[in-house]
Design a binder for this molecule. Sequence first.
Ligand SMILES: NC(=O)c1ccc[n+]([C@@H]2O[C@H](COP(=O)([O-])OP(=O)(O)OC[C@H]3O[C@@H](n4cnc5c(N)ncnc54)[C@H](OP(=O)(O)O)[C@@H]3O)[C@@H](O)[C@H]2O)c1
Length: 335
Amino acid sequence: MILVTGATGRLGHQVVRVLRSVGLDVRCLVRKGSEYFWLNDTGSGYFFGDLRDPASIGRALRDVKQVIACHGVRVERTDNDHRRVNAEGSVALFEAAKARGVEHLVYVSCAGVENGGDVPAFSSKRAAEEALVASGLSYTILRPGLFVENFADLARRVETNGNVFLPGAPDTAVSPILARDLALLAMASIDLEAVKNRTLAVGGPETLTVRTAFERMCAANGLPAASWQMPPAGLRALAAISRPLGRRWTNHARALAVYFSQPSAVDGAEMTRVFGIPLTPYDEACRGAFTLRHPSEDATAREEKVVHRQFTATIYEPGTIAWDDLPAGPPPRRD
Ligand SMILES: NC(=O)c1ccc[n+]([C@@H]2O[C@H](COP(=O)([O-])OP(=O)(O)OC[C@H]3O[C@@H](n4cnc5c(N)ncnc54)[C@H](OP(=O)(O)O)[C@@H]3O)[C@@H](O)[C@H]2O)c1
């Protein structure tokens, strides 16, 4: 049994899909009220818990041999913040995994953890990495930079608004990776001897500048690369101005400044050598990331499929109860 944390996320849902596509047993750690129902077609099990609740993590790990940890906080909300989830929650996960005899844990961190200073998105990941290395668990830490999907998000704003603020420094060298390709690397890391007890920078097959990556994303999808620049200093100023609104937007702007201005290029050929997995060429990845939207962004699917169901059992195993027979659950969570 493989436990996937962050299973509802942009990366995590791809991890669940690639694991299930080869028939592996998967249990997703999901929060009650989160949008886990988009994973119903994968046939994975669910465990309802929360990384801020150590007791739930221990129970989620029952019979688990490997863990792929993809949890993260994109924008902080109320008490779901970088420190509590990325740092404390990860440490609780590692301790519980060690106590339960987990054989290998793959932790998805991010590029920039060494240079992110006190920016919470990065310092919390750094704390988690240090705890994992010291835990005595067999581990692999993957450090991706920007996803191809981040550039697809920017292109969608061009499609909708005719223009977008391109954050960061345009000349920064990056190797954007498709979330699905990263999911394949995470799956391979479960039992690949070459990556055992190693921390690896991972990325896509091509190194580009932030501006070129954006321009090629737009070109691949028939859009003009219309943008204004929001340089790192502008993002930091935005972070300072938004302080009265709470740490949520301040920390988000500070994280963007690091993500889009810190070089995160990797050697694509070396990655192929280590993992033996061919990665999707950038232009093809651009078309895929732009067109293949997450079902949660599909208005028709939302209309037809989303009844927010809540399972009564703590662990739901597929096949035990028909989907349509499940009781409607509480409304979606807002934190
Ligand atoms: N470009 C990028 O986005 C990028 C680049 C480098 C590294 N990374 C790293 O890659 C990882 C995955 O990124 P992503 O874009 O897939 O993130 P994402 O879409 O924001 O997903 C985050 C996941 O974490 C879960 N989560 C949040 N708080 C939790 C809690 N208290 N307990 C349990 N689960 C919780 C979320 O569940 P809910 O559905 O319940 O909220 C969600 O499934 C993250 O660690 C991120 O830092 C991302």
